[in-house]
Structure formats: C-alpha cells, structure tokens
Ligand binder design. Structure first.
Ligand code: ZN
Length: 169
C-alpha cells in the first residue's frame, strides 16, 4: 500500500489510543494488515518483478511520503497529543522505510534476524492489477478517509483548545 494511508492509519491509532506503548505496536501491526488489503501501488504500475525500485516508482514513492508527512505534520500541529500521533505515523510506515532506504534495505532483507520479517512483508502483499484499479485505489481512499475522520474528530483529551491546562497532579 502507499505511504500516505500507512502513515495516516498509524497517526489515527496514535490519536485514538493516546498511549505510545499501545499505539506504536498497533501502528506497526496495521502496516501488515493494510499491505494484505487489496491495493494498487507504484510497484504494480511501474515496478520490475524481483528488481529494485525503478525511477518512476522512486519518484512516486518519495512524493507520496512527503505529501503524507506534510499532511500529518499539519494535522498534528499544535495538538497536545502530537507526539503520539507523529510516533504512530512513523511506526505505521517504518518497515517500508527500512526496506527501501538502500544500505538498510539490503541488510534488513538478508540478516537472519530480520530476513524472515522482510520475506513475510513481501509475501503478504495483495497487489491488484492495473485493470482492477477501482478496487486497488478504493481501499486506500477508504483508509485515508477513515483516518482523516479519526484525526479531525473534535474533542478528546489531546485537542489543543485555548490556553493549555495545567497537567493534573
Ligand atoms: Zn509495506
């Protein structure tokens, strides 16, 4: 799945749980669930089976990551719970970052301690064909919409409204 839905889902889990010890493992686990959901991404469109990222794939991947990060920074800005929101977003995308940043990726895929996780991450991908784009795009739009709803929902303890209250002792 693309980076923006992964990061928004992780951020939403941060917002909803408010507890890093709960939010970060949940966001990390959400990554695998979302990759298992039918989706269309730049690898299916421009990738080479078994090869590294192609130029259009890398360009889309970087743009996707920057757009998602900017969106989350904007949503979390001035919120009292921004730390757990940003942490959730990071844990939601971290495995794709580790896999795709060149020196780390090769190490992650080959070192015995992590190779199994990398293999599992690749095996559970449910990429649809470009002809099934409506399904492959629709699932991601739905994830983004639900996450945005959760992040933009009013109320909750993290909302920064007016002067910040003194912490309860
Ligand atoms: Zn992934």
């Amino acid at each position: 799945m693309m980076a923006t839905p992964h990061m928004l889902a992780g951020a939403a889990l941060g917002r909803l749980t408010r507890r890093p010890w709960l939010a970060y493992p949940a966001a990390f686990a959400s990554h695998f669930l979302l990759d298992y959901t039918p989706h269309l991404d730049s690898h299916a469109l421009y990738g080479v089976a078994g090869g590294g990222p192609t130029a259009p794939e890398a360009a889309i991947g970087i743009t996707d990551f920057v757009v998602g990060a900017a969106l989350i920074a904007w949503l979390a800005w001035r919120r009292a719970d921004r730390r757990v929101i940003l942490g959730g977003a990071l844990f939601g995308i971290i495995i794709d970052l580790v896999e795709n940043i060149p020196p780390l990726g090769a190490w992650f895929r080959t070192w015995a301690g992590t190779a199994w996780l990398s293999a599992w991450h690749h095996a559970l991908q449910h990429n649809v064909t470009p002809e099934q784009w409506a399904l492959g795009v629709g699932t991601q739009v739905l994830v983004v919409a639900i996450a945005l709803w959760a992040l933009r929902r009013r109320g909750g303890r993290g909302a920064a409204t007016g002067p910040r209250r003194a912490p309860a002792s």
